[in-house]
Ligand binder design. Structure first.
Ligand code: A3P
Length: 299
């Protein structure tokens, strides 16, 4: 298979796991103490995780930007923040920080369904899953990672092959989305959201998320949260966070260097993808979801 970070993963339960998730973390997930008022934001990377995080943070803070507990941005459930693979065994993993957080906790994760803490379902913690059209996801991921990709992995067509292969690190998009759609949608503590719906009906979706979280807020506060979570408003917020004295760049950038915010459009793939590549995605989508009622808009 094409370029794939050969040395930086373990294979666990059939899934190639990136070095920032040591196998011991996946063992810890099995007994991770979940609280009833926990909120989990689960996504395949580059699907709008930070957009939904900001909406949820603001809903829980009744629309007050200054009341958001920004340290929650610094950790991912399964990730260990450290300089490189040689430090991952000794650095403190994300979930260990989360154990110390006050409630209500908002935790973000890219874990495949099989690795999520089982207590989520027993305790009925809230889970919000965001899915985005994989054509836009792969383009977003390519731009996001380009600066850290080794030279030999920068080839766009190889990147697309890598993305669509079962061996994709963290699990492939198709399996990720398929499992959450077919196994979780309809559970009372689970909300499946599409990035494209957030774009098309931003305010309506903010209201829907508020309802799901049991937050009864005035129309004015819903308006305020909607306007604070446009891409431009979030860019301003992130700039301000970065300008804070002693600011931790890991809140707004992966590894403190790769910006989580970019254009934030639907359909950017049309500028990047060949017809053949687009067809490959269409075929994989049709095949994966053939026995389901799953649909996606990407125009
Ligand atoms: P693009 O790279 O296509 O611009 P994640 O948070 O999962 O890493 O997802 C990142 C993607 O979500 C990026 O997409 C980013 O620009 C987009 N995004 C973040 N905030 C957004 C917002 N408020 N509105 C629209 N898109 C947003």
């Amino acid at each position: 298979m094409a370029g794939t970070f050969q040395n930086d993963y373990a294979v666990i339960d059939g899934i190639r796991v990136f070095w920032t998730t040591p196998p011991s973390t996946l063992v810890d997930m099995k007994t991770f103490e979940v609280r009833e008022d926990d909120v989990f934001i689960v996504t395949f990377p580059k699907s709008g995780t930070h957009w939904l995080m900001e909406i949820v943070y603001l809903l829980l803070a009744n629309g007050e930007l200054s009341k958001i507990k920004r340290n929650m941005m610094e950790q991912g459930l399964e990730h260990t923040q450290c300089a490189g693979p040689s430090e991952v065994q000794t650095a403190k993993p994300g979930h260990k920080y989360m154990e110390e957080w006050e409630s209500p906790r908002v935790m973000n994760s890219h874990l495949m369904l099989r690795f999520l803490p089982p207590q989520i379902w027993e305790k009925k913690a809230k889970v919000l899953y965001v899915a985005r059209n994989p054509k836009d996801v792969v383009c977003s991921m390519y731009h996001f990672m380009y600066a850290i990709l080794p030279e030999e992995q920068r080839d766009w067509s190889n990147f697309v092959k890598f993305f669509t292969a079962k061996e994709m690190i963290g699990g492939d998009w198709f399996t990720h989305v398929y499992e959450y759609w077919t196994q979780c949608k309809g559970r009372e503590n689970f909300l499946f959201i599409k990035y494209e719906d957030l774009k098309k009906n931003h305010r309506g979706m903010v209201k829907q998320v508020a309802e799901f979280l049991g937050k009864n807020l005035s129309e004015e506060v819903i308006d305020k949260i909607t306007s604070l979570t446009t891409i431009d408003a979030m860019r301003k917020t992130y700039d301000e966070l970065e300008a804070e004295p002693g600011s931790n760049m890991r809140r707004t950038k992966a590894f403190g260097v790769l910006s989580f915010l970019n254009k934030g459009n639907v359909g950017s793939w049309k500028e990047q993808m060949s017809e053949e590549q687009s067809k490959l995605f269409d075929e994989k989508l049709a095949e994966t979801f053939k026995d389901t009622d799953f649909t996606l808009e990407c125009e």
